[in-house]
Design a protein around this ligand. Structure first.
Ligand code: UT7
Length: 344
């Protein structure tokens, strides 16, 4: 653990990486297994393909690749002392106990740093960024690896067309480093986080926790699968993300016209379109990655960021607004000026 800061510390993004498993699943592939069509999935969601891990691949395997790339992009060695913490946002940990982050830290060779998981479903990466920025501001850490990683293919009900066509697997990671310069590009300038647990039942995996253990011979075998009331979630998603974005912009005093890139949770193209319209941001400024990877939950924001970065869409100094919404219900937003980030 490093000494407490003598000057205020801000958390700046200095590295970025992502990884998806090689297996691509098209809408036509799914139409052979379920009562669905490429036309329905495309028009209702905007998704064309997603990646599903091969059986035996766990969330930590995907997270490891993304994290190694983020470290390389930050020009940092994977060795003890490089980072003070590893934070993993995920809904699909390798197992319910222990957390998956310590295993990732160990497999990367990062030594005995702090390591923990955050569970905020699709908002998890924003929650993890806020936790990391807070640790850095408090002087408890000078460098943190933040990862969002999921293997939703392991919790999807293969017979449920309302969810099986939407979600994909993948991982994205960033390195955050302490700086005393608030105006340095990459500094996470403002956050907004929120939740409304009265709607917890809209997105659930009912079994596997203390309320309903998973036991052999479970009366309802579907209860350990992911379930979502998509229509209800849709309405909430647009309103919550739009309000959360406005809160962040108000905190910064940034007019909405100043937003160069809206990187929203990649749940549905119709949600992203409605969100951009609600905020008054042209749709061309919204990152769209879901057509190729589907909804990757906690991995969605860093995957979309890395895709935009690799395509050269992000210019250093551009204003970037991040926003996510998911089960819990939870939501979160943050803003930064895009830094000069190296490829991994
Ligand atoms: O990531 C966390 C946050 N999650 C989200 O933000 C997801 C938000 N929700 C959504 O993106 C959309 O609600 C969905 C994509 C999940 C569903 O789209 P929708 O336009 O809301 O469809 P719906 O649930 O209202 O269903 C319309 C019809 C239904 O048939 P009936 O009742 O009208 O006869 C469904 O049974 O479409 C049917 N349907 C399908 N048909 C073909 C549902 N899934 C499918 C499917 N293929 N895969």
């Amino acid at each position: 653990m490093t000494k407490p800061p003598e000057r205020p510390r801000y958390a700046a993004l200095t590295g970025l990486g992502s990884h998806v498993p090689p297996r691509t699943v098209t809408n036509d592939d799914l139409a052979e297994l379920l009562a669905t069509t490429d036309e329905w999935i495309t028009t209702r969601t905007g998704i064309k393909t997603r990646h599903w891990a091969e059986p035996g691949t766990a969330t930590s395997d995907l997270a490891l690749e993304a994290a190694a790339r983020a470290l390389r992009s930050a020009r940092l060695p994977a060795e003890p002392g490089t980072v003070d913490a590893v934070i993993l946002a995920t809904t699909t940990p390798d197992q319910p106990c222990p957390a998956t982050a310590p295993q990732i830290a160990a497999r990367l060779g990062l030594g005995h740093c702090a390591a923990y998981d955050i569970a905020a479903v699709c908002s998890g990466f924003l929650y993890a960024l806020a936790a990391a920025a807070g640790q850095i501001a408090a002087g408890q850490a000078r460098r943190i690896l933040v990862i969002g990683a999921e293997t939703y293919s392991t919790i999807l009900n293969p017979g449920d067309r309302t969810t099986a066509v939407i979600f994909g697997d993948g991982a994205g990671a960033v390195v955050l480093e302490a700086t005393a310069d608030r105006d340095q590009p990459g500094v996470l300038r403002a956050f907004d986080l929120g939740s409304d647990g009265t709607h917890y039942e809209l997105i659930t995996v009912p079994a596997g926790g203390s309320r309903q253990r998973t036991t052999p011979g479970e009366p309802n075998p579907d209860s350990h699968y992911f379930a979502m009331d998509g229509r209800q979630v849709f309405t909430q998603a647009v309103t919550r993300m739009a309000d959360s974005c406005r809160t962040v912009l108000d905190r910064l005093g940034w007019p909405v016209e100043q937003v160069d890139h809206l990187v929203g949770h990649q749940a549905n193209l119709r949600i992203l379109t409605a969100l951009a319209r609600d905020l008054g941001i042209p749709l061309q400024r919204a990152a769209v990655h879901l057509d190729r990877v589907g909804n990757t939950s906690a991995a969605s924001i860093p995957l979309a960021l890395d895709d935009a970065h690799r395509r050269g869409a992000l210019t250093p100094g551009d204003t970037v607004l991040l926003t996510a919404f998911g089960g819990g219900l939870t939501w979160g937003s943050a803003a930064l000026l895009w830094p000069s980030v190296s490829p991994p």
